[in-house]
Design a protein around this ligand. Sequence first.
Ligand code: SF4
Length: 489
Amino acid sequence: MDDFTMHPFDAGEDDRFHEECGVFGVYGAQNAAALAALGLHALQHRGQEAAGICSFDGRQFYTERHIGLVGDNFTKPSVIARLPGDRAIGHTRYSTTGGSGIRNVQPLFAQYTGGGFAIAHNGNLTNAMTLQKELQRRGSIFQSTSDTETILHLVATSPKVALVDRLVDAMSRVEGAYSLVCISNKKMIGCRDPLGIRPLILGDLEGALVLASETCALDIIGARFVREIEPGEMVIITDDGIESIKPFGRTASRFCIFEYVYFARPDSVFSGTSVYEVRKRIGAELARESGVTADIVIPVPDSGTPAAIGFAEAAGLPFDLGIIRNHYVGRTFIEPTDSIRHMGVKLKHNANRSVIQGKRIVLVDDSIVRGTTSVKIVQMMRDAGATEVHMRIASPPTRDSCFYGVDTPEKGKLLASRMSIQEMTSYIGVDSLAFLSIDGLYRAVGQAKRDNLVPQYCDACFTGEYPTVLTDQAGEPSVRQLTLLAEAR
Ligand code: SF4
């Protein structure tokens, strides 16, 4: 799910890549909407700006979509009571300034000739604008600036008759990354793009079937993990059970490797591997590749913590919490003005002086995006008395933008795309700086090394090798994403 709008990156508040969505669906449970609200709460890290649930009670569809956190909008019994039925799908959404607004909040619902249809989408279609222009020429009128609406129009205008055939027809025209959950009056459908770039898993709650972005959403409702939806697979869930089809042909999986580094919750599991354990292995690889003489290992919390633990264990150094994170700083707290942005890092992080003073520290973070946060945190460490600051990054340098459902600045604003390691060392103000190698990252996720001919994961933001065509971005590689998004307005 992405917006046809400019995505100004809010570096002052949070200099991070942002996963844009989490999806959840449940079929055959008495309290489907309440379960969806719990599932979305567990997926809150995948999108904090808006959330929505659509349910069906055998007669009609009900939709509640709200700006804000799941816990602020879906805990009241009166809200859940407005979402009756035994099936529901839900969505958590991250957006940036240009894309916020209730009309873009999912699930999106439409009435087509075959009945009602609601959809929730995690990912980004890389030819959505091209398709949208074609659909508009044929008379379609778009209500939102979300690429997900393109799928609704393709379903509604498909020459096929049955819903599944229409959806297959629609998805065979799109490119990019998508994990979808949809409901109609008779079905819940889950679908993953042929490369499986974004996650989607299947669970079981006492006979009710559940679809979710991550296993942590099953844990919160007490559901049992069944399996992952395979790349290119569509599952159709009805009162008769579950049917699986693979209408898009077989291709090798290219799951987003950054899910392991940062996006997914550490208590989630992908392909039988705990995200937390992978992050610790990343830290251990980093220590083996770029060990340094120091007194203590300190994470940039929370995302750098598992890798820092792994680093400390492998390096034989003590681990301690030298930075304390304020968990009560939400996006909405911060006004987008330069004067308040300037304070952003201190609102969220503070030095734990007693741990840092007089020490040579290894500071472990998951990634560097623009570097603005790193500069401030390093200065905070020096102000707190660190005698040396050695920064270790638990991923390779991020040199390229993501076009698959992650909010990233344009390439030219990524620090690693415009500076060498030596230049970054000086810019950030550290005594030394090292990133994990791409092969080290692959070792941490259980591969011997990256297969450079057929990479096992999507790693495009580190390598620039995109696993799909980028139709909407073609022609203007240096300004491809933001310029084209702006033109679509
Ligand atoms: Fe993940 Fe990076 Fe690929 Fe985007 S470009 S899907 S963040 S690995």
